[in-house]
Ligand binder design. Structure first.
Ligand SMILES: Cc1cc2nc3c(=O)[nH]c(=O)nc-3n(C[C@H](O)[C@H](O)[C@H](O)COP(=O)(O)O)c2cc1C
Length: 353
């Protein structure tokens, strides 16, 4: 898909055409989160533009922000093919890409070349052959290299396809990781005279107690945002799909309830004090609204873009806008409050018999 897009953009005028078909028709729905001003709350999730070489076209789809990567310090090929499987009947994908990456140097060179008109997150990971006890070095390497070029940086500790990665979500390990990343962020903020927010991306395969422990740590370490969630290693609602036995992470429709549950639990845990980027199985405005009511402040999609095409961006943003207008509110927090306490549900208005 990215190859075809890049080809299309070689034709003069193609960009303008795509922009007018998608970005220009996506309603303005400005939001502020992580200190960033975004034209709308819907972003592209990490993993599609892993090498930062399709920024222009993806911007023209109308996204409010793009998350690039995951990029690893050194180039690596990822897992052998076949490593991505479409479960079309379920609008789902199973992937075990395993962080195929051109590495930070080439990634940054790509990024430095483009004219940017859309806020960019950079999602950083660790190389497969870096031992777990040196994972922090890889993340610090990524943080330093990405910092001058990013509007925010996501630390990916939740891909199921790099052995041992998810263990970084365990409380004691995570505490060490967050403390080190946060103190490096302070040093970089001073050096570059610019504060770049730091987000942590977590898995959907966590027990409630683990989510609560993560929420506490995020608060304790003043982390700027949390991306929930990555793909799942479980296979919900896929009993009839033979491909469901393929190893890897599942995304798309069947992931939706799991991801929403994590967002709800996290929102409770952080008490609205850390923005949540909600991702996992959003295909339309109803799905997006479910995430917003559960506690999401921003949203991302990946799989729905594959199945439904770029029109899905406009459809979701206009649907969210229509719901806000219908409720007579402007922010997602107000929407949640209005939902929790609908007018006339004060408890006094009901008169029995
Ligand atoms: C083929 C594929 C590759 C992905 N690669 C990454 C990645 O490199 N880093 C990452 O943080 N998430 C990656 N993801 C996860 C997505 O960013 C997202 O969290 C997940 O797919 C759930 O969203 P969705 O249901 O809208 O697709 C990938 C997903 C897919 C389908």
């Amino acid at each position: 898909m990215l190859g075809a897009l890049r080809q299309t953009y070689r034709v003069p005028g193609a960009g303008a055409l795509i922009r007018s078909a998608y970005a220009r028709r996506t309603p303005h729905l400005p939001v502020r989160a992580m200190g960033l001003q975004l034209r709308n709350p819907l972003g592209l999730a990490a993993g599609l533009d892993k090498n930062a070489n399709c920024i222009g076209p993806l911007t023209d789809f109308g996204f409010g922000f793009l998350e690039l990567g995951t990029v690893t310090p050194h180039a690596q090929p990822g897992n052998p093919r076949k490593r991505m499987f479409r479960l079309s009947a379920h609008e789902a994908i199973i992937n075990r890409m395993g962080f195929n990456s051109i590495g930070l140097d080439a990634f940054i060179a790509n990024l430095a070349r483009v004219r940017r008109t859309c806020p960019l997150g950079i999602n950083i990971g660790k190389n497969r052959d870096t031992p777990g006890e040196h994972a922090l070095d890889d993340y610090l390497h990524g943080l330093r290299a990405a910092y001058p070029f990013a509007d925010y940086i996501t630390v990916n500790i939740s891909s199921p396809n790099t052995p041992g990665l998810r263990a970084l979500q365990e409380r004691d390990t995570l505490a060490v990781l967050l403390a080190a990343l946060k103190s490096e962020q302070e040093i970089l903020a001073r050096a570059h005279a610019r504060y770049v927010p730091l987000a942590i991306k977590i898995a959907p395969d966590l027990a409630d107690a683990e989510i609560d422990a993560i929420a506490r740590l995020l608060l304790e370490h003043n982390i700027d945002a949390v991306v929930a969630t990555n793909t799942t290693i479980s296979r919900p609602q896929l009993e009839d799909a033979p491909l469901s036995r393929e190893g890897g992470g599942l995304s798309g429709r069947p992931l939706r309830p799991l991801a929403t549950h994590v967002i709800r639990e996290l929102h409770r845990g952080v008490a609205g004090r850390i923005p949540i980027i909600g991702v996992g199985g959003i295909s339309d405005a109803d799905d997006a609204w479910e995430k917003i009511l559960a506690g999401a402040d921003l949203l991302q999609i990946y799989t729905a873009l594959i199945y439904r095409g770029p029109i899905v961006v406009r459809n979701i943003v206009s649907g969210i806008r229509a719901r806000l207008v219908a409720l007579g509110v402007e922010t997602f927090a107000q929407a949640r409050a209005a939902h929790a306490h609908p007018p006339g549900a004060s408890g006094h208005s009901a008169t029995a018999g």
